[in-house]
Design a protein around this ligand. Structure first.
Ligand code: ADP
Ligand code: ZN
Ligand code: ZN
Length: 747
């Protein structure tokens, strides 16, 4: 066809429609291919062909030619083109933005390239090899090269390998090539993440009765190619085995599968499981891969060389054809929501993709999100349950410890007597323990015990965090550092010191009580480098450390058979987060952390320390009683008009001058009010429409104001969010505006 319609890669509203170009003679084009086109006065922009057309109804002199193609295959599959269109509609972004989700960012602007390798290929027939070798006798180095190649069953070696083995023998290799004994060729090599990795036994365990029952519903759905399920299985119930069997069935049917995990930290473990069952088939996609690895894995998938893709949120866009199954593990995790534009929920995207491609959706969790469990209640998801652990291993025993009593007893350590006794018992038995400390930053701050003064950041309205390694206070929002004050700047008292606990402090305490026990710390500080997650997890699994101290990143999903004791050092910081989901998050986290204990033969014990032992989230988590928590939490949300009964949205304004942020927010408020008033929505569907300074008034030197609202009716939500997105497009110069829906934090 002579013409094509192109979306240019410029994410601006004004160009959010297709432009028509002529296809030069001899150029093979189809939808999804990336091209260079001239655009306005710009000579060359990247674009994506979205449609081929016979006739364009424009005068020929107004149409320009496609310059060239970036690849000789469509980078965006037809099914993903459809998905991008749907994302555009539901996220109110431009099609160019939605399309950018479909391939690695580095492919734009050609910032990654293929890696090639030079290979020497032996061209001598086996029958005459000995003769040829003998003829090279007076050239020992040439003979050595030939011999090395002859020893390879494939008769091939990369030049780099030859050089490593025989030193610099380039002239000899060139000579052999001239003599016609060797052919030199450049071949592409794909960079692979997690190259060398320990393998578990590839044996199938016998399924438990629960696993069989769940698979009894799941496998026929995979065969049919339709269905959406929520697998609610307690920690240690063996959900992974269900995933493996379901993926295998899809593979047997010639279909592919995507497995999403909530955190990059969890990919190596999942990859290891799948590799030991599927060989090299599982590909990995996430943001911690190097650009080259990411590009190569993406191409391996795109070429149809893999059947399973494992990855974080963005792997939902993996360029797989013939998808039969999408699994979302730990579906309750916030990390499945993307806050940056285009805003999307990987669970929703997966649902759309599955429907479009005839695939089964499987959400799984030990603590399903309120939203998904409510959907299962309405029949929008089919509920599958695994209420007990594999081999009837008992759920861990959870002891709730009232820390106020410890203080009363004069115990000022971060550990209660009970936790210490439990830790000692665990270590004496030769087992491993996990100590969970809430995310750094919430716990350790410096305050004055005389007047209550707290050291806060001068740029941001948050308390600064004490780092004992460097003995400094650091702001976790802007990175500013100050020395620890010796006396209180407010009242002059010398009784100013740090309060609460961080991972470093807990590690020091463990070392004080158990000097000979090797420990390992896993938090943002120790996992900065690329393979740090995998390395630390492997070290703990091998038993090189007996106690692991960590933040949220150790809470979920990890399976360490030798861990029998888990200590939650302080549950309180989680309970008092300024967020309507604080209780849900706390319940999930506590349950997940507790679930790390006693996963193999030896039963587990959990010590949960808190200053608020009566809290319903703590109580339900200590009994691992999801349903009780769900009922109570849903009732509270209904009363307080929180999601999923409503939708919460906000327009967030940030500016250098507080006055600017406020003025913009107030203007937005007036527009919103007028919009809802005209439609008669105010007070009927829209409640709590307010404009105010944000709870955290300044971050990184910027003042923050917001317009917040709750909406109770579904169709109105769509309209309102669309309107808000529009308003967010036009803030004053120098003022930043974000439109957020059910934001992960309201600070
Ligand atoms: P979950 O993800 O539900 O918390 P896992 O999938 O990690 O649980 O399984 C918990 C443990 O039980 C793992 O060590 C796993 O190898 C083991 N397991 C799972 N299924 C079986 C089975 N059918 N027989 C024996 N062991 C199993
Ligand atoms: Zn003071
Ligand atoms: Zn700061």
């Amino acid at each position: 066809m002579p013409f094509c319609q192109v979306i240019v890669d410029i994410a601006h509203e004004d160009v959010d429609h297709v432009f028509t170009y002529r296809v030069p003679r001899g150029m093979a084009l189809c939808p999804g291919m990336r091209v260079h086109v001239p655009f306005g006065r710009i000579r060359r922009v990247e674009g994506i062909v979205v449609e081929m057309v016979e006739d364009c109804g424009l005068p020929p002199e107004r149409i320009r030619d496609v310059t060239d193609t970036l690849e000789d295959y469509p980078a965006v599959l037809p099914s993903l083109l459809t998905l991008a269109r749907k994302i555009k509609e539901t996220s109110f972004c431009t099609l160019a933005q939605a399309l950018r989700l479909m391939f690695p960012a580095q492919m734009r602007g050609e910032r990654v390239s293929n890696r090639t390798q030079e290979i020497a290929v032996l061209t001598v027939e086996p029958a005459v090899r000995a003769q040829v070798l003998a003829a090279q006798q007076r050239a020992p180095k040439r003979a050595a090269v030939l011999r090395a190649l002859m020893e390879e069953p494939s008769g091939e070696l990369p030049w780099e390998t030859i050089r490593e083995r025989l030193g610099d023998c380039r002239p000899m290799l060139n000579m052999l090539a001239r003599q016609g004994f060797v052919r030199l060729e450049r071949r592409e090599v794909l960079r692979r993440p997690y190259g060398a990795m320990e393998r578990l036994s590839g044996q199938d365990p016998e399924l438990t009765a629960q696993q069989r029952e769940v698979l009894g519903s799941l496998l026929p759905a995979v065969e049919r190619g339709s269905g959406a399920f929520l697998l609610y299985g307690v920690t240690g119930s063996g959900k992974t085995e269900v995933f493996i069997r379901a993926v295998r069935r899809a593979a047997q049917l010639g279909k592919t599968a995507i497995v999403l995990v909530p955190e990059i930290a969890l990919t190596p473990q999942m990859v290891m499981w799948f590799r030991s069952r599927f060989g090299e088939d599982a590909a990995v996609l996430h943001s911690r891969l190097s650009p080259g690895e990411r590009y190569d894995e993406w191409r391996r998938i795109r070429r149809g060389e893999v059947r399973v893709v494992i990855g974080a949120r963005s792997a939902v866009f993996a360029p797989l054809e013939n998808v039969g199954l999408v699994i979302i593990d730990e579906e309750h995790e916030q990390s499945y929501l993307s806050d940056a534009a285009p805003r999307y929920d990987a669970r929703e995207v997966a649902r759309m993709r599955c429907r479009e491609e005839g695939a089964v959706l499987l959400l799984a969790s030990a603590t399903p999100s309120m939203r998904s469990f409510a959907m299962a209640g309405r029949g929008d998801l089919t509920l599958l349950e695994m209420p007990s652990r594999v081999k009837n291993r008992p759920m861990p025993d959870v002891h709730v410890i009232d820390m106020r009593e410890e203080l009363g007893r004069g115990n000022r350590s971060v550990f209660s007597g009970a936790l210490l006794t439990g830790l000692k018992k665990c270590l004496d038995a030769g087992r491993q323990a996990i100590l969970f400390v809430n995310r750094r930053g919430y716990a350790t701050f410096v305050s004055c015990r005389s007047c209550g003064y707290v050291v806060t950041c001068s740029q941001c309205d948050v308390s600064m965090t004490y780092h004992s390694g460097e003995n400094v206070l650091r702001c976790h929002y802007c990175g500013q550092e100050v020395p620890v004050p010796r006396v209180c700047p407010q009242c002059g008292s010398a009784y100013i010191k740090y309060f609460g606990v961080g991972t470093q402090r807990v590690e020091e305490e463990v070392r004080r009580f158990f000097p000979d026990v090797p420990t390992l710390r896993m938090d943002n500080d120790t996992t900065r480098t690329r393979d740090a997650h995998a390395t630390l997890i492997e070290r703990f699994r091998r038993g090189e450390a007996r106690v692991m101290i960590g933040t949220q990143m150790i809470a979920k999903g990890l399976d360490f058979p030798n861990v029998t004791m888990v200590g939650i050092v302080a549950a309180d910081a989680m309970l008092s987060l300024p967020d309507y989901r604080a209780a849900e998050r706390a319940f999930q986290l506590l349950t997940q952390v507790a679930g790390r204990a006693g996963r193999a033969q030896a039963p587990g014990e959990v010590f949960l320390q808190t200053y608020d032992p009566g809290n319903y989230a703590v109580q339900a988590a200590s009994r691992q009683d999801y349903r009780a928590f769900f009922e109570q939490e849903m009732a509270r949300r209904r009363r307080a008009l929180f999601p999923p009964y409503t939708l919460i949205a906000r327009l967030l304004y940030e500016a250098e001058e507080e006055e600017d942020a406020r003025r913009e927010a107030e203007a937005a408020m007036r527009q919103m009010e007028a919009f809802f008033e005209r439609r008669g929505y105010l007070r009927k569907y829209v409640v709590a429409l307010r404009v105010m300074a944000c709870p955290v008034k300044r971050i990184r030197g910027k003042s923050r104001w917001q317009v917040t609202l709750k909406i109770v009716d579904q169709p109105v939500c769509q309209e309102a969010v669309k309107k808000m997105s529009e308003i967010a497009q036009t803030p004053l110069e120098g003022c930043l505006c974000l439109c957020q829906v059910n934001p992960s934090s309201m600070m």
